[in-house]
Design a protein around this ligand. Structure first.
Ligand SMILES: *Cc1c(COP(=O)(O)O)cnc(C)c1O
Length: 367
């Protein structure tokens, strides 16, 4: 079966940017500073401004960004970190790699994002941080989560890997927590031409500490002195150069995503229920997620029509073998949703007619 509507069309995204990307990489090739070149600081400043925060440190990927934020905040062995069970495993891996213990909580049935009441109930004397995961491009209820965090003296950390440019109560993703982690994995709303990530914060000392840890603990005053045992997690100059080009198009591409999802909402059959939008949120739709009955029948119909689809995420984190030791109870909302969620095709360059085609195929599914 030939593909009629791909799940994600990255080639189309880059076709438009080809000339600008060519110039950017030739500039890097000419100066040869492949690590720590001027494009890195330029991108960091531009991305911090886009997130409406003071500081940004580019790192190797989004998972490292989360882990370095935890480490930079001094969170590690003996600490618990509250994580919604509905997230990509990377959120949990970062907590584990930092040495802390993930504490899974359930999500709201409408948005499938962290349920503040469940978070409140999971706080113990060992809790050090709450991770607000902004899944599918929509921000979690950072107002409620931030108030909980400050009432209990905890750090609010944003996992904004799927939410570049999203807002809550008018404020950007990345500007609510003690710090936020972004991923520039190619398929994300802002994607590099390979791996990349960033930590953003208004806290200059925290960002300095993250920079130090991410560059072998190297002293900023003397490059031969290593103050702590750090690691290597840097944003490559070439990736920063590409990201600078693509950042200039992020808002436009996010607007295209919003228009496409609105079109889905108008055209989908009634049994195909899009994830709800919190009235305080302005999502940027990393994914077009719906909930459906009898998913195997639906995906067979999509396959037969050559339409791409995805599942984010069919196995909640507390049900993953890797994290079995942290599963301390059923989480009914996320478990129920896991069998019903379905991600429909969505790319910023997708034609409206492609959305209509997906909707037509879905209308013909015998449900
Ligand atoms: C992509 C993603 C990450 C990890 O980012 P990488 O750059 O792939 O390491 C973390 N959290 C969420 C929610 C993600 O979608």
């Amino acid at each position: 079966m030939t593909t009629t509507v791909p799940f994600l069309d990255l080639a189309a995204v880059h076709l438009d940017l080809r000339d600008d990307l060519d110039v950017a990489w030739k500039e890097v090739l000419a100066h040869g500073r492949f690590i720590g070149g001027p494009e890195v600081a330029a991108f960091e400043a531009a991305f911090a401004a886009h997130c409406e925060v003071a500081h940004c440190a580019g790192v190797a990927n989004g998972t490292d960004a989360l882990e370095l934020i935890l480490a930079g905040l001094g969170i590690g062995p003996g600490d618990e970190v509250i994580v919604p069970a509905n997230t990509f495993v990377a959120t949990v891996e970062a907590v584990r790699t930092a040495g802390a213990r993930p504490r899974f909580v359930d999500v709201r049935p409408d948005t499938l994002l962290a349920d503040p009441a469940a978070v409140a109930a999971a706080i113990t004397p060992r809790t050090a941080a709450i991770v607000a995961v902004h899944l599918f491009g929509q921000m979690a209820d950072v107002d409620a989560l931030g108030k909980l965090a400050s009432r209990h003296g905890l750090a609010l950390i944003e996992d904004a890997a799927q939410a570049h440019g999203a807002r809550y109560q008018g404020r950007r993703a990345g500007s609510w927590g003690a710090a936020a982690a972004f991923s520039f994995y190619p398929g994300k709303n802002l994607g590099a031409l390979g791996d990349g990530g960033a930590a953003v914060s208004d806290d200059a000392q925290l960002i300095d500490r993250i920079r130090l840890l991410a560059d072998h603990g190297r002293s900023v005053d003397d490059r031969f002195v290593h103050e702590v045992s750090g690691r290597n997690s840097r944003l490559d100059t070439l990736q920063a150069a590409a990201l600078r080009v693509k950042l200039a198009h992020l808002d436009r591409m996010n607007e295209a995503r919003v228009a496409l999802v609105e079109r889905y909402r108008r055209g989908l059959p009634s049994w195909c229920v899009p994830v709800a939008v919190d009235p305080a949120a302005d999502p940027v739709y990393h994914l077009a997620v719906v909930q459906v009955p009898d998913r195997p029948t639906v995906t067979s119909a999509l396959d037969a029509a050559g339409i791409g689809w995805g599942l984010h995420y069919p196995v909640p984190c507390h049900r993953q073998p890797a994290f079995a030791e942290y599963a301390d109870g059923p989480l009914p909302v996320v478990e129920e949703a896991a069998g019903r969620i379905l991600s429909l095709p969505l790319s910023p360059g997708m034609a409206p007619e492609q959305v209509d085609l997906v909707c037509e195929v879905l209308h013909d599914v015998p449900i």
